[in-house]
Design a protein around this ligand. Structure first.
Ligand SMILES: C[S@@+](CC[C@H](N)C(=O)[O-])C[C@H]1O[C@@H](n2cnc3c(N)ncnc32)[C@H](O)[C@@H]1O
Length: 184
């Protein structure tokens, strides 16, 4: 949505954003076959570039041209796409690995599953609403998972890891790593 682009372009111009690879990506990417990966809402490309360096061919999608302009390198195996994930179509059975880090778009849940090849890996980590707690960074509930929501959304997959926990910055996150079953 256009408002997302305006809001995020402003955030990328006015604030600093993490540049190190997410810990969950470093920890689990090896569970995926080295092949084609999709990074949803890739921001400054911190995770997409890590995957490229590990030998993946990466499609990295984000609505913010200001965020994408911060991607520090443009290796040939990185394909940056400036697009709105509210309308973006994830190609079916295409990816060995899909990342969704610090972004929530519930519309995408079924398409994420379909976008994975059989045996493909999903690494999903984003903010969680915690009962009785007021998260500091994100106020809009639409951008927050409910307890167990992520687990339920992908329960048809083979779950390797699921955790809901407090972050050092005072927020809460849910993290899931799962494999698309080879038989379904
Ligand atoms: C918290 S940042 C996370 C960026 C990256 N995944 C990371 O972990 O560094 C959220 C990202 O979602 C992107 N975003 C927000 N709404 C979007 C939309 N409708 N379509 C595509 N990207 C969107 C923003 O531009 C921003 O880069």
């Amino acid at each position: 949505m256009k408002a997302d682009r305006v809001r995020w372009n402003r955030k990328y111009r006015d604030q600093t954003h993490p540049t190190g690879t997410s810990a969950i990506v470093k920890r689990y990417f090896r569970r995926a076959r080295q092949g084609r990966a999709l990074d949803l809402a890739c921001g400054n490309g911190r995770n997409a570039l890590f995957l490229v360096d590990q030998g993946f061919q990466v499609d990295a999608v984000d609505i913010s041209d200001a965020g994408l302009s911060l991607v520090p390198r443009r290796p040939h195996r990185l394909h940056l796409v400036c697009a709105d994930l509210d309308t973006f179509s994830i190609p079916r059975k295409c990816f060995d690995l899909i990342l969704n880090i610090r972004y929530l778009n519930r519309r995408l849940f079924p398409y994420i599953l379909e976008g994975l090849k059989r045996g493909g890996l999903l690494i999903f980590e984003t903010y969680l609403e915690k009962k009785g707690a007021t998260p500091k960074k994100i106020s809009c509930r639409d951008h927050l998972l409910r307890p167990n929501e992520l687990l339920h959304a992908f329960i048809g997959m083979h779950i390797l890891y699921y955790e809901e926990k407090a972050d050092p910055d005072g927020g809460f996150t849910a993290s899931l790593v799962a494999v698309r079953e080879t038989t379904r």
